[in-house]
Design a binder for this molecule. Structure first.
Ligand code: FAD
Length: 501
């Protein structure tokens, strides 16, 4: 059956991202797109830190970066700082860009290790522009300087989630998406095909569709409540199951940091996401090891200023739907699954879900082959991200609480055990299944958590001297030069995209 009517249920970040991206279909084919959302139910109200592919998502939609950033009171993000994860007092940055660059096909961290064992004490962080700019609170986009000897600056955004959804709503409505306010009560299913045929709102309006995108949040109104798809629970690997969010004003007058901060506490961790006008904060914790009021006390005691809202309490079960695409329903966002925001991957998974949907979608109808491909590819993506998140918990030396003792000694997937052992042995990192995280990502977190390389790729020893050494030194000097000439992040924001009134 041809797809003429697409219905999106949910108007949070997932719903409006899907609506904005799909609205572009309408330029080619007469397809109607309706988005249903309920102000009474509201959105999850969190989700403000992103990663670099999100910049591309906005670019593909031809969104003006300055206008969007100004509207969402956004700031730039060069990576994530992890505090107290390996041990209390430790801190490292997982940067978005690479360490140096490949030399004769050898990843930079092998070359670094070669010189390191030979007595060169320079930390690898000196060879990463994003880390150094973050350290000095500076920011510039590649477009703002011209140097052939350095890779581009990789960045993402910190956004006010509510404002971003409203921004995309305007974008999508201007391109013909129709918004319906109302609460979905009933979902009708065809007895023969098992396809969803329509949803009924509380005012009895029936909205029929050929393809349904379930962006209804944790409840998974269509994918779970109507189609009973099932859920794979991963809380044995990632045991945190609650969060409390509490934005605050930055009363100490400190400038917005160009990175997200994730500070580990005794049974979880706290995020700090700096926007231009406030900080987003929250404490993700494990309810088996910490009571709710303790979690809130810890959060309140570790934020920069007066709370700007009431605490927002959230409960979740880490995991994924057994199918992300079932019959004619595709789940995106929290309806598809949830992994804690430690590496800001949820909005990214919405983005890649939309990309895959658009690539697979044929308006001639839904086929089982499309469904199978979408589910297989998305499943791999989720699993690789899951392993990366587990790494932060498993590879800790912390023994100051029952929670960390549990995480340090828990069983983890074989795929992760292999990754850690290969890295420890000679720094080898294999990226699998087009996984999101780069070699630098894995190396940064493994080293940051205290997993030391015991050797390196033997080919690194065969790189010629003195040219390799000269190039190696030049990378550090070029990074130093560029970072010294970058403006402060605060100045950059006030010139490039000052928050709209
Ligand atoms: P929601 O925001 O819950 O939206 C659901 C929509 O469905 C709402 O519009 C609601 O009104 C509608 N709806 C529900 N039921 C009905 C009904 N019956 N009828 C009509 N409408 C209905 N992601 C990141 O990438 N970075 C982060 O830093 C980050 N931090 C997070 C922190 C926490 C604690 C949590 C829980 C999540 C975080 N996320 C983060 C994830 C991110 O918040 C979500 O991926 C994102 O907001 C998308 O949510 P959503 O649109 O799927 O769901």
């Amino acid at each position: 059956m041809a797809i003429e009517h697409i219905v999106i249920v949910g108007g949070g970040t997932a719903g409006w991202m899907a609506a904005a991206a799909l609205s572009r279909l309408r330029a080619g084919r007469p397809v109607s797109i309706t988005l249903i959302e309920s102000e009474q139910i509201g959105t999850v109200g969190v989700g403000e830190a992103t990663i670099p592919p999100f910049v591309d998502f906005n670019r593909l939609l031809e969104i003006d970066e300055r206008e969007m950033m100004s509207c969402v009171q956004g700031s730039f993000k060069l990576g994530i700082q992890f505090v107290n994860w390996g041990r209390i007092g430790d801190s490292y940055i997982h940067p978005f860009g690479n360490y140096g660059y490949e030399m004769d096909g050898i990843s930079f961290h092998h070359v670094w290790h070669r010189y390191h064992v030979a007595g060169d004490n320079r930390p690898i962080q000196l060879f990463n522009m994003e880390t150094m700019a973050a350290h000095f609170g500076r920011f510039a986009r590649t477009a703002d300087y011209q140097r052939d000897d350095l890779p581009p600056v990789n960045y993402a955004y910190h956004i006010d989630a509510g404002r971003y959804a409203r921004f995309l709503r305007t974008y999508a409505e201007q391109r013909g998406v129709v918004r319906r306010e109302g609460k979905v009560g009933d979902v009708a299913i065809d007895g023969e095909t098992g396809f969803v045929t329509s949803v009924t709102l509380d005012d009895a309006t029936i909205i029929a569709g050929d393809l349904f995108i379930d962006c209804s949040g944790f409840r998974g109104l269509l994918i779970e409540q109507a189609l009973h798809t099932g859920y794979e629970d991963w809380s044995h690997y990632l045991p945190c199951d609650r969060a409390v969010a509490l934005p605050c004003l930055r009363e100490d007058g400190s400038p917005p940091l160009p990175y997200t901060r994730a500070t580990a506490h005794s049974a979880g961790w706290q995020w700090q996401v700096p926007l231009q006008h406030r900080n987003g904060n929250g404490h993700v914790y494990c309810s088996s090891f910490m009571a709710d009021d303790t979690a809130l006390d810890i959060l309140v005691g570790n934020i920069a200023g007066k709370p700007a809202a009431d605490p927002n309490w959230l409960r979740f079960v880490t995991g994924r739907r057994k199918k992300f695409w079932n019959k004619n329903v595709v789940a995106l966002g929290l309806a598809a699954g949830f992994m804690e925001p430690l590496e800001s991957t949820s909005i990214h998974l919405i983005n890649t879900g939309i990309n895959k949907l658009i690539a697979l979608l044929s308006l001639d109808g839904v086929t089982p082959v499309q469904e199978a491909a979408f589910n297989r590819l998305t499943g791999k993506e989720y699993a690789r991200i899951r392993d990366f998140l587990i790494l932060h918990y498993k590879s800790t030396a912390r023994d100051d609480s029952d929670f960390w003792n549990h995480c340090r000694t828990m069983a983890v997937p074989d795929s992760l055990v292999e990754k850690i052992e290969l890295f420890r042995h000679n720094g080898q990192i294999f990226r699998e299944d087009d996984e999101l995280f780069t070699e630098t990502s894995w190396a940064a977190v493994m080293m940051g958590q205290g997993i030391a390389m015991q050797g390196h790729n033997a080919m690194a020893d065969s790189l010629p001297e003195p040219t390799t050494r000269q190039e190696y030194d030049a990378i550090e000097q070029s990074i130093q030069y560029v970072v010294q000439h970058m403006p402060s992040h605060a100045d950059y924001l006030s010139r490039y995209c000052p928050a709209a009134a």
